[in-house]
Design a protein around this ligand. Structure first.
Ligand code: JFZ
Length: 585
């Protein structure tokens, strides 16, 4: 509507001016404006499907009869498979069950509004018809077709944003790509790889598959700032609305990627961000990985992410025949049923105006509306504290029934039925007297309190053995294995600063006590600059809170805080519920 008015106005202006009979050309829309518009759409979409699909789906986590630890798409690297051997997989790749309609139907059933698929992962194999390299699905496999043509078209028909993942830096198939040290000499000339493969392939992706919502680059490291600038220009020249994620490198992205499965601990709205996440412990298909996250966890995570201002990009790993594993489908469709009834409280919302407190509830917002997400049923009473704006009306989103409440001062007290309306997340809609909720000082998103709880549920769980137990609200199985270690990580993204004492809330059976724990402060993925250690005590299996001697100092640039049992696994079944950080004045 506004566009049409602008055109009318310009026609009118031209006619009135009498200078010419044709309307003046519309003002050119610059790249920055188009990027900003695309970012708004991206922000509204909130929930996307990530698809890791490639030759690695054939070995599916096993090489020559041996289980290979780690994420499935890294099998070539972890088992140091020579290029000549890995290439043989292409001759076997024949995903006859691939069906773009089925995949995009699943995305839609799940409520996902964009889709990102691996065009080329670190193994260097193009999953589309590339003219720049014969190492691609059309020219090197018996399948002989380009699945991305159909997938792009199916997304377009359904209004799902379509994007490609492209590994621009690591390429284990190329002597000048990064990463393969078992086939190729250490010397690299990145420009040969960049000019010869990256630029032409990215151009192919930009010109062959219609409008792209985004290109998802990954694991930067070797390419120079100049090369990354050139890559960005190439994308924006062909498709100015195509978004770029921060993993393009050198700060040249349009939005921020968090670490995998890493959700900021608090509301984070300085930049737009996205959490890439797995449904089990791998991205690429691994036949033995059945560590599926349950729908309750995923619905709560989606809510948590929306309340903090982010997007959730949730992965599926189709098998070598082109089938998305049945458990993934079932779980996603359960999430989708919740969204079908409650999507209004997720899509197009803005972050919580309140700071994030605990793990049992969250808030999202729209003009004149707050959505209160009850992730754990509080019983028949719930108090929302710190709201100055008058609440006009309250009802359950899923069934429209009114929710009785009393507002006194800045507290809103709700009367609830004994049972939740929805087993996963009951949403209460508050209609407000103001377009934007006024929140009392001390409760606002930026008013981080002096005691901050870092719950196991909000941590990134690193390692294959570690598990989160929803019923007991704790993480367990900190088994020490060769590599990588099992630990919990919390990402403050600037929300914490200053000196903190730490309390641990955990449970441990008496006969399992005695392991040393470590709390670490990490400015980057490879560094730990501070640590506190102590010994796990016997708690008779009950949760106890213990002060850890010493203190840590957190600065704005610290990336994460970790908890692990780095030395031994005698108390592998310790249950960690939370860390509490207490600011020292
Ligand atoms: C990368 C890839 O190596 C992996 O195979 C997968 O595609 C994933 C989505 O992205 O892995 C990463 C990249 C960055 C971090 C962790 C894993 N990180 O910043 O913590």
């Amino acid at each position: 509507m506004p566009t049409r008015c602008l055109i009318c106005v310009s026609i009118l202006a031209a006619v009135v001016a009498g200078s010419c009979s044709r309307p003046a050309p519309p003002p050119p829309v610059d790249e920055a404006t188009l990027t900003a518009q695309a970012l708004r759409r991206f922000d509204e979409n909130k929930f996307g499907m990530f698809i890791h699909w490639g030759l690695y789906a054939i070995p599916a986590g096993e090489w020559k009869g041996q289980y290979v630890r780690g994420i499935g798409e890294w099998i070539m690297f972890h088992a140091k498979i020579p290029v000549k051997e890995y290439e043989q997989l292409a001759a076997q790749f024949n995903p006859v069950k691939f069906n773009a309609e089925e995949w995009t139907q699943l995305a839609q059933d799940a409520g996902m509004r964009y889709l990102v698929i691996t065009a080329k992962h670190h193994d260097g194999f193009a999953m589309y018809h590339s003219k720049a390299s014969p190492y691609n699905i059309v020219d090197a496999t018996p399948y002989g077709k380009d699945p991305m043509v159909e997938l792009a078209a199916a997304c377009a028909r359904r209004g799902i944003g379509f994007g490609f993942y492209y590994s621009q830096d690591q390429d284990w198939h190329e002597p000048h790509g990064r990463g393969n040290t078992w086939d190729f000499p250490a010397e690299r000339n990145p420009q040969i790889y960049f000019q010869g493969k990256v630029l032409p392939q990215v151009q192919e992706l930009l010109t062959g598959y219609g409008p792209l919502a985004l290109i998802w680059f990954d694991t930067p490291g070797m390419l120079s700032e100049q090369q990354v600038t050139e890559l960005r220009r190439l994308v924006k020249r062909h498709q100015p609305s195509c978004l770029l994620n921060s993993r393009i490198g050198h700060g040249k992205g349009d939005y921020l990627q968090t670490s995998d499965n890493a959700i900021p601990i608090q509301v984070h709205t300085k930049v737009k961000w996205e959490v890439p996440a797995t449904l089990n412990d791998t991205w690429g298909y691994k036949k033995n990985d059945q560590n599926w996250k349950d729908p309750a966890d995923l619905i709560a995570k989606l809510t948590d992410i929306a309340a903090k201002g982010g997007n959730y990009l949730l992965n599926v790993g189709p098998d070598a025949e082109g089938v998305i594993p049945e458990p993934s489908q079932k779980i996603l469709r359960t999430v989708g049923r919740w969204l079908a009834a409650n999507g209004e409280a997720i899509f197009g919302t803005t972050a919580s105006p309140f700071y994030v407190d605990g793990i049992s509830w969250r808030v999202t917002a729209k003009p004149s509306r707050l959505y209160l997400h009850l992730l754990e049923w509080p019983g028949t009473k719930f108090r929302l504290a710190g709201l100055e704006t008058e609440v006009k009306q309250a009802h359950f989103l899923a069934n429209g029934l009114a929710v009785p409440f009393k507002q006194s001062g800045t507290a809103v007290d709700f009367e609830l039925p004994p049972k939740p309306v929805d087993p996963y997340n009951t949403v209460v809609v508050l209609t407000l007297a103001d377009p934007v909720a006024r929140v009392a000082a001390g409760y606002r998103a930026e008013d981080i309190p002096d005691r901050v709880e870092l719950w196991a549920w909000t941590a990134r769980l690193v390692g294959e053995e570690i598990r989160y137990d929803r019923a007991r609200r704790s993480a367990t199985r900190f088994v020490k294995v060769d590599s990588p270690g099992n630990e919990l990580r919390w990402y403050p993204y600037g929300a914490l600063g200053g000196e903190y004492q730490v309390e641990l809330t955990y449970a441990c059976e008496n006969h399992r006590a005695g392991s040393r724990f470590r709390i670490g402060v990490h400015p980057s993925n490879t560094e730990m600059t501070q640590s506190l250690t102590g010994q796990i005590e016997a708690t008779g299996g009950r949760f106890l809170t213990r002060r850890v001697p010493g203190a840590i100092t957190l600065g704005p640039d610290d990336l994460f805080i970790s908890f692990s049992l780095p030395e031994e696994d005698r108390s592998a079944d310790v249950r960690l519920q939370r860390l509490t950080l207490i600011r020292r004045k």
